[in-house]
Design a binder for this molecule. Structure first.
Ligand code: NAD
Length: 356
């Protein structure tokens, strides 16, 4: 098969980690008989420097016309003094909006070889952590009406948490479909004991669940979920939740995996087009030194193969190669520990390719 991929490598370590991702994907293409055709476009600080804006129309057009989008990272101190709507990070929100990406998938997987880097007690994670947080990305209070008003207690500010049935239904279906490809267990997280928006959320989740009798469903209030995540992390499979709860819980879950340099993510919409990126930023402090960990970006490439192209064996091949390289004792600086062999970004990419 032939796939068209838009590449927004971005700033800082973005281009370095993306280079390794593309080398890995090309090797997968050779092995499994696919052609990946890349179109490189600018987004973030580099686009500001060249075009005066973080997300040029050409970048949006190329992304829309592609089968999928790979993103490195955007941002850096050079652009830190620009006003909010001119900053590199606008490229991320702009692309998510333009491509209609409403579901954010953030897996938190603790590799056996990195168990020492997990801040939880060994007995809590000995059965392995493999959680997929499915977060609603375009609704809730981050996008609801906001404003300020005078009250008899002084100035007040508000951000409205609002969800419609359709918004909840589509993210819930996404979570159930994903659970079907994993361990068939969805945990819905809301706050229906207090919030009206959560009561609607819960009722839609229960309705959608009727179409997935093969998937186990349970519910947690968000405050309890944040406790259960660190008390019994190995018992979770897929967590589905709204924008703000997902923002917080996915960061909490991510800390179990050892380093931000290990965490991939996917943003999906209605069709197969998705945007795949590491969770980390552009890490300007280590950019250009060939020491960044490329694994988060390489695993994002694997997510693209799985969720946009349906290439499950190819995705697993990459995931297994990453596991092997860690089992063989190779580490970038961010995940280095005593007795391991420290390598740079390029070397890590090469070692993964050798194990595909
Ligand atoms: P960051 O994720 O870039 O870096 C945080 C720390 O983690 C740094 O010490 C960095 O060296 C380290 N780190 C990050 N990725 C690493 C990797 N792959 N390998 C090894 N170490 C790694 O977050 P920050 O410092 O808060 O932000 C830097 C810039 O990135 C800012 O301009 C910020 O706005 C931007 N940012 C972009 C995104 C994105 O593009 N999705 C996300 C977060 C932050």
């Amino acid at each position: 098969m032939n796939y068209k991929i838009a590449v927004v490598a971005g700033d800082g370590i973005g281009p370095e980690v993306m280079e390794q991702n593309i080398l890995v994907l090309n090797e997968i293409g050779k092995k499994f008989g696919h052609t990946f055709e890349y179109t490189h476009v600018l987004g973030g600080g580099c686009a500001i420097d060249k075009f005066g804006e973080p997300l040029p129309q050409e970048t949006i057009d190329v992304c829309k016309a592609s089968d999928s989008v790979l993103l490195g990272a955007v941002g850096g101190w050079q652009w830190d003094t620009l006003p909010g709507d001119k900053r590199p990070e606008r490229a991320l929100l702009g692309l998510r909006g333009a491509l209609g990406l409403y579901a954010n998938l953030r897996p938190a997987t603790l590799h056996d070889a990195l168990k020492d880097a997990c801040p939880l007690k060994p007995e809590l994670v000995k059965n392995g952590v493999d959680i997929m947080v499915v977060r609603e990305l375009t609704g809730g209070m981050y996008f609801g009406e906001k404003g300020r008003k005078q009250t008899d207690m002084g100035e007040a500010a508000y951000d409205v948490e609002q969800y419609s049935e359709k918004e909840v239904e589509r993210i819930t279906r996404k979570a159930f479909e994903i659970a079907r490809k994993r361990n068939k267990h969805v945990t819905n997280v809301d706050k229906q004991n207090v919030l009206e928006s959560s009561r609607l959320w819960r009722s839609v989740v229960l309705e959608v669940a009727k179409d997935y009798p093969d998937v186990e469903l349970d519910h947690l209030y968000v405050d309890n979920a944040s406790m259960q995540l660190i008390m019994r992390p190995t018992t979770f499979d897929v967590i589905v939740t709204g924008n703000i709860f997902g923002d917080i819980l996915s960061d909490e879950a991510s800390q179990m995996t050892g380093s931000i340099g290990m965490l991939p993510s996917a943003s999906l919409g209605e069709g197969s087009l998705g945007m795949y990126e590491p969770v980390h930023g552009s890490a300007p402090d280590i950019a250009g030194k060939d020491i960044a960990n490329p694994i988060a970006t390489i695993l994002s490439g694997a997510m693209m193969l799985k969720y946009s192209f349906g290439l499950l064996d190819e995705a697993k091949c990459i995931e297994d190669a990453v596991t092997k390289v860690l089992d063989d004792g190779y580490r970038t600086g961010d995940i280095m520990s005593d007795g391991m062999k420290q390598v740079g970004c390029k070397e890590m990419g090469k070692l993964i390719i050798e194990r595909l």
